[in-house]
Ligand binder design. Structure first.
Ligand code: ADP
Length: 263
């Protein structure tokens, strides 16, 4: 019953001949599918025990034990670590969902101005103590066709990264505009920037430039891998402009074929 998956290639060979190559990639394909299913199942199974542990930690924090500074510290640490694990499991589940191919019929009109404005509003509540200056410039007529949850998750990842990695009082500018014949979603910050040797690696799963600092920010190293997979489903590309010490700009370019107008 095994499915046969062939990789087909047609290549120019000299000026008058073509070379046709067919490679059986069924085994690679099956292994990749098994890995994806395994990650999705493990993440799913971890959700319940995590919820139980979190419930108990919260319950103990509310009892008289919480008054003792030693135990307060112990339970606060447990709370932080359980929340981190919860976020990691959630990101793993999202990643395994966006790694599978989608049905083009599942795409619908996305009111991007509305979606982005809601994200900008929500993001003002994140890391409030850092007092970022968040501004936005949004074209009210520009929509796209796509999968709502996926696009929301991609845009949110870029915005929350800017908030996590930009220092206190830093500036973050979000824009949604046409650029030539493409629709451009950009998140620009004046944070630390990324070294050139790391720019190409940060979209890899679990890659984090500064592991200890990223851990402090609660990062999992999966956010940009999720963004990359989402964009593969949407005729879209990620472009990263960053200079070490001079801030970063993460841009999503949507192809003309998925651009629509807000009704
Ligand atoms: P994480 O969960 O660690 O944020 P991501 O995949 O979203 O994972 O990002 C990977 C790494 O890219 C981050 O750990 C960070 O080092 C770097 N990075 C992402 N966004 C920014 C940004 N706006 N400014 C500086 N570094 C960034």
């Amino acid at each position: 019953n095994a499915e046969l998956v062939l990789e087909l290639r047609l290549m120019a060979y000299g000026s008058e001949q073509v070379l046709f190559l067919a490679r059986d990639v069924s085994k690679v394909h099956r292994l990749e599918e098994m890995r994806r299913d395994f990650v999705a199942n493990v993440s799913h199974e971890l959700k319940t025990p995590l919820t139980v542990v979190r419930g108990y930690v919260e319950m103990v924090q509310m009892t008289e034990h919480a008054l003792d500074p030693y135990w307060q510290k112990v339970f606060n640490t447990m709370d932080t670590q359980v929340s981190r694990m919860d976020r990691l499991v959630e990101q793993l589940l999202i990643l395994s969902r966006v790694e599978i191919n989608i049905d083009e019929d599942d795409k619908q009109l996305i009111d991007m101005p509305k979606l982005i404005r809601a994200l900008v509003e929500d993001s003002k509540w994140l890391n409030q103590d850092k007092k970022h200056h968040i501004t936005a410039n949004i074209d009210d007529h520009l929509a796209i066709e796509g999968i709502d949850n996926e696009i929301k998750s991609a845009c949110l990842n870029l915005i929350s990264n800017a908030i996590s990695y930009t220092q206190a009082n830093g500036n973050i500018h979000i824009s949604w505009q046409m650029d030539g014949n493409k629709a451009k979603f950009s998140v620009k910050d004046d944070g630390p920037g990324i070294r050139p040797e790391n720019v190409n690696r940060i979209t890899e799963r679990f890659f984090r430039v500064d592991k200890s600092r990223s851990r402090d920010t609660g990062g999992s190293g999966l956010g940009l891998a999720i963004v990359k997979h989402v964009l593969n489903h949407h005729h879209a590309e990620l472009s990263i402009n960053s200079k070490w010490g001079m801030g970063s700009e993460f841009i999503i370019y949507f192809d003309p074929k998925c651009i629509r107008t807000v009704p």
